[in-house]
Design a protein around this ligand. Structure first.
Ligand SMILES: Nc1ncnc2c1ncn2[C@@H]1O[C@H](COP(=O)(O)OP(=O)(O)O)[C@@H](O)[C@H]1O
Ligand SMILES: C[C@@](O)(CCOP(=O)(O)OP(=O)(O)O)CC(=O)O
Length: 531
């Protein structure tokens, strides 16, 4: 079914005043010195507005990061499941419609005539030089809509693919290829990346301190492994689709289609079909996840190939009887039991998931009997743990003293993971992680801990009593942590620190724009009654 075309949600503001050209000290990091200064900050400093045009409507939403508590490797196979928890760390995307047909005029670089028809300007203002400008290209023979990066800056495949997929879908649904120009701002909660000197720095007057300035280029930032790309792709495709074809209140009803679109875009950007648990939790929130059959995405082809838009439309609408979506997200939005909290400990070390996955799958293929035995054992215990958590979440009046069964189940799961580590020769739970989890588990108030997802030298997940004193105890324990064992894979642990991240439960959701004050064009939004 074709959805109605988007409507402007607010009245257009009066045209911007043109001012003399000055290098911008602010939001765009000076990268766009062709822009005209139009805004004054709280201390009288001038900020640019990219001057292409004035924002006329805005859509803001966010999607959560994830932690795959159990089911790493298993959930790549539809015979098994994974329990994924959404986190309260979220990636936000704000889409602003820019005034139509407004050329970049005298400031436009030569040879960019097509930019005047449709430009997408994407910024991640928490990072240095994180600005990507795209022209919108219509492809022949139903090949869809492709965004083409201008300039020779480092590409961002996740942003680029999400935009191409979202615009292709919209143009087909709305039967129009006319998007005007869009500005997209990406904001990430601070715990997606390790701290930097800048992120620990002082608050900037007039700018919301819900978000921090990392002060480094994005590609130098050290990820903490919360699933930034899946949350980003999910928030970005959802924001663009909602912005152009729906109203924010349609988000709930559109979830399944947005899930299909985000899975397709994320796989294309990654260049591989993963289990998709991260995109699913970004859309639906915490859930028991069973993956989709990988064949569903195999025949989609590339943006620009003949008939791509029709194939993408059928995929998103789930209208191809030969390739029907079979993702299962059960109990989505599930909660933890009362008096229980989930926290993550960053070990400042990160692992290479793709090669670990490849090696485990190779081992599984070469050792089918052993692999089935251990995967089944793991699945059974993972399922027991999930059922127990669910039962406790639904039982009133429980507290920490009731969590002994959970501790025992986690221990058993870890024994199987340690066996898998030994058999595969892949550092899923390497010895230095075992040492850290074991020592944390002995602390009063800690229920248990696991290496989530693919494991490796990534952050560990702890279930603890929901009490600030326990958080302080864990923090004190890991401060100045040094390993006393020799690692079986030669790994080492850097700074261990408790991330300020908890269970969040909720999937993609609409956001209010006032929380982005100082990061987006709030002055204009305020005059439009939006902030
Ligand atoms: N704040 C951001 N702004 C723009 N792009 C981002 C941002 N955060 C992440 N990305 C994109 O996601 C990529 C990281 O994805 P990936 O390596 O799969 O890590 P993760 O495990 O966190 O998903 C980055 O290289 C970048 O392309
Ligand atoms: C191995 C896996 O089953 C789980 C990987 O989980 P992680 O949370 O480790 O993933 P990344 O965000 O890619 O680092 C692969 C999958 O399911 O896709």
């Amino acid at each position: 079914m074709r959805a109605p075309r988007g409507k402007n949600k607010v009245n257009r503001p009066p045209p911007l005043l043109r001012r003399p050209k000055i290098r911008c000290p602010g939001l765009c990091s000076g990268a766009h010195c062709f822009c005209l200064i139009t805004n004054r900050g709280a201390e009288g400093e001038l900020f640019c507005q990219y001057v292409m045009s004035a924002p006329v409507s805005v859509t803001a939403l966010s999607a959560p990061g994830k932690v795959l508590l159990t089911g790493g490797y298993l959930c790549l196979d539809r015979s098994y499941t994974g329990t994924v928890f959404a986190l309260n760390a979220r990636i936000h995307v704000i889409v602003q419609q820019l005034k139509r047909g407004h050329p970049r005029g005298a400031n436009a670089p030569a040879g960019e005539a097509e930019a005047e028809e449709g430009t997408v300007m994407v910024r991640s203002p928490q990072f240095v030089d994180a600005v990507w400008e795209y022209g919108v290209q219509r492809c022949e023979n139903g090949g869809g809509v492709k965004v083409v990066q201008k300039g020779d800056g480092k590409r961002n495949p996740f942003v680029e693919t999400s935009l191409s997929y979202a615009l292709t879908y919209i143009s087909y649904v709305a039967d129009s290829k006319d998007f005007g120009s869009l500005s997209v701002t990406i904001m990430a909660d601070k715990d997606y990346y390790s701290e930097t000197d800048a992120s620990k720095g002082k608050k900037v007057k007039g700018r919301s301190d819900d978000f921090v300035d990392f002060g480094v280029p994005l590609f130098e930032a050290h990820k903490t492994g919360l699933g930034s790309s899946a949350a980003l792709v999910t928030a970005l495709v959802s924001a663009v689709v909602i912005h152009r074809t729906m109203q924010p209140e349609d988000l709930g009803a559109a979830r399944d289609k947005l899930h299909n679109l985000a899975q397709a875009a994320h796989c294309a950007a990654q260049g591989k079909v993963g289990s998709g648990f991260d995109v699913a939790s970004a859309i639906y929130g915490s859930c028991l996840y069973r993956r989709f059959s990988p064949e569903i995405l195999e025949s989609i082809g590339d943006v620009g190939s003949d008939g791509f838009e029709e194939r993408l439309f059928a995929l998103v609408e789930d209208s191809d009887p030969k390739h029907q979506w079979d993702t299962e997200c059960v109990d989505f939005g599930m909660q933890l039991p009362r008096d229980m909290q989930l926290v993550l400990c960053d070990v400042d070390c990160g692992s290479e998931t793709p090669s670990m996955v490849k090696k485990v799958l190779e081992w599984k293929k070469n050792n089918p009997v052993e692999a089935t035995l251990i995967f089944r054992n793991l699945q059974q215990n993972n399922e027991k743990l999930r059922q127990e958590l669910k039962r406790m979440a639904q039982t009133p009046g429980l507290n920490f003293d009731n969590f002994k069964g959970i501790s025992a189940l986690i221990k058993r799961i870890r024994q199987h993971i340690q066996t898998l580590t030994r058999l595969t020769g892949v550092p899923i739970e390497p010895r230095i992680q075992t040492e850290l989890i074991d020592s944390l588990t002995k602390l009063e108030g800690v229920i248990g801990g696991v290496v989530p997802g693919a494991g490796g030298y990534d952050a560990i997940a702890l279930l603890i009593q929901d009490d600030p004193a326990v958080v302080e105890r864990v923090k004190a324990h890991v401060a100045n942590w040094t390993s006393k064992v020799e690692d079986d894979f030669g790994g080492s642990i850097g700074n261990v620190r408790l991330l300020d991240v908890y269970h969040g439960s909720e999937g993609v959701r609409n956001e209010l724009v006032d929380q982005y004050a100082g990061w987006i064009w709030t002055r204009d939004l305020a005059t439009q009654g939006l902030s």
